[in-house]
Design a protein around this ligand. Structure first.
Ligand code: NAP
Length: 240
């Protein structure tokens, strides 16, 4: 990871919270965000000198950047930004409200956040941008078409930013963290296997960030699933 000061967007629960705790344990100063202010205060109270907090809804695109700027300023600047906020649902009935919420969160809000982070690091002379995508983004899914499509968007968006950083010779590392299943309430798929405990996932993510990897599979064996899923012939994928 480049530097000591990290903002984790979506750290009130799940992977983001566990990563915040690991990062603090490793000596980082961590800015944590989420809508549930009570939880932010609860986490920060454990190590008040190590945490900064900002409670806001990332889908409120009129105000969220001001919150982020305030948080970065309170931390005296930021070296790494991890977007963990995101989510989804299965949607076999193709309920548009469910899809719309995922598009709002995983596409609209995500784009604003990573664009801000990239521009911030460009102006600063470098930094580390990471986001949690999903192996689900490798291929379309009949059970969760919106989730798989929005995660595919995130994967490609990050790849585009990585290419942009390289082409413009910017000192910006872009890490795509790609989990299979991690044991959080979000993992709702009817079929679950190789489910990683959240602490194990957080440590693997931390190590991947520390090594400034482009892509981190959680857990490592999901790299194989991702590869198989991606290259599965269409005729077979359609029958799954
Ligand atoms: N768990 C898995 O198996 C798995 C697998 C692959 C990928 N992922 C991805 O990993 C990421 C984290 O998931 P998780 O399992 O840790 O889920 P989680 O426990 O539900 O955590 C989601 C975090 O995002 C925040 N968040 C959600 N909507 C928000 C909003 N509108 N504004 C601000 N913050 C918001 C939540 O905070 P508040 O509710 O306080 O706002 C929470 O801190 C997601 O992008 C998910 O797609 C998870």
């Amino acid at each position: 990871m480049i530097g000591k000061r990290i903002i984790i967007i979506g750290a009130t629960s799940g992977i983001g919270r566990a990563l915040a705790e690991v990062s603090v344990a490793e000596g980082h100063t961590v800015g944590i965000t989420g809508r549930r202010e009570v939880l932010l205060q609860e986490i920060a109270a454990e190590r008040p000198l190590c945490y900064h907090t900002a409670a806001f809804d990332i889908t409120d695109t009129d105000t969220s950047i001001a919150h982020l700027e305030g948080l970065a300023e309170a931390m005296g600047g930021v070296d790494a930004i991890v977007v963990s906020a995101g989510g989804g649902n299965t949607n076999a009935a193709l309920d548009f409200e469910i899809e719309q919420h995922m598009i709002d969160l995983n596409v609209r809000a995500f784009t604003q956040l990573v664009d801000w982070a990239f521009t911030y690091f460009k102006a600063k002379g470098g930094g580390h941008l990471a986001a949690i995508t999903s192996v689900a983004g490798m291929r379309g899914s009949r059970q969760a078409p919106g989730y798989s499509a929005t995660k595919a968007y995130q994967i490609n968006y990050l790849a585009g930013l990585r290419q942009k950083a390289r082409k413009e010779q910017l000192n910006i590392v872009v890490t795509d963290i790609c989990p299979g299943f991690v044991d959080t309430p979000m993992a709702k798929s009817p079929v679950r296997f190789w489910v990683a405990p959240v602490d194990k996932a957080a440590w693997q993510i931390y190590r991947g960030l520390h090594k400034q990897r482009n892509k981190v599979y959680i857990t490592r064996r999901w790299r194989l699933v991702a590869w198989l899923y991606r290259w599965l012939p269409d005729w077979l994928h359609e029958r799954m």
